[in-house]
Design a protein around this ligand. Structure first.
Ligand code: AMP
Length: 141
C-alpha cells in the first residue's frame, strides 16, 4: 500500500465539482470518501471509482462522525450553498478538529469571514477572472 492510501481525502458534496475532484483523486489511488445528501449524486462518479460513498447531510453531526474526520488529511467542502459550506466547515474545524479544510465560496464578499475562521476558500468567480485575465494577456488583448 502506498503512502497515498494512509490518509483520507473527504469531499462533502458530490455535485459536478465534488464528483470531478473525487474521480480525479481516486484515479491516482488516493483514499477518497465522498458525502452527499442525495444518493443520485453518486451517479456522477466514474465506474472505476475506488473510494467510499456516504449518503447523508453534511450539517448532521452524526453523519460527520461517520466520516472519521480525524483521519482526514484534507476536507473539501463543495456543496452548492455558501451558508451550508461555512456551517459544515465550522463543524469540521471546531467539533472534529480536521486540520486542512478548503471550502467553495460563491460570494466573494464573504471571503474575509472565512479568513477570520481560518478556513481556506476558493472562489469560482475569482478563478474564472484569473483565467480570462491570463487569456487576454496571452493574446495581447
Ligand atoms: P454542484 O452545484 O453541482 O457542485 O452540486 C452540489 C452538491 O452538493 C449536490 O449534489 C447536493 O446534493 C450537495 N449538497 C447540498 N447540500 C448538502 C448537504 N447539506 N450535505 C451534503 N451534500 C449536500
Amino acid at each position: 500500500m502506498s503512502n497515498n492510501m494512509d490518509q483520507r481525502i473527504v469531499i462533502i458534496g458530490c455535485g459536478r465539482l465534488g464528483a470531478s475532484i473525487a474521480n480525479t483523486f481516486s484515479d491516482v489511488n488516493r483514499n477518497v470518501v465522498v458525502l452527499d445528501k442525495k444518493k443520485e449524486a453518486f451517479q456522477r462518479l466514474s465506474s472505476g471509482f475506488g473510494g467510499l460513498i456516504i449518503v447523508g447531510d453534511g450539517m448532521d453531526l452524526q453523519v460527520l462522525k461517520e466520516l472519521e474526520l480525524h483521519r482526514a488529511s484534507a476536507v473539501i467542502v463543495v456543496t452548492n450553498d455558501d451558508n451550508t459550506n461555512i456551517m459544515i466547515s465550522q463543524l469540521v474545524h471546531f467539533v472534529f478538529h480536521a486540520k486542512h479544510i478548503i471550502s467553495r465560496l460563491y460570494d466573494v464578499n464573504r471571503k474575509s469571514v472565512y479568513e477570520q475562521l481560518q478556513i481556506a476558500t476558493f472562489c469560482p468567480v475569482l478563478l474564472s477572472f484569473d483565467t480570462i485575465d491570463l487569456w487576454m494577456k496571452e493574446n495581447t488583448i
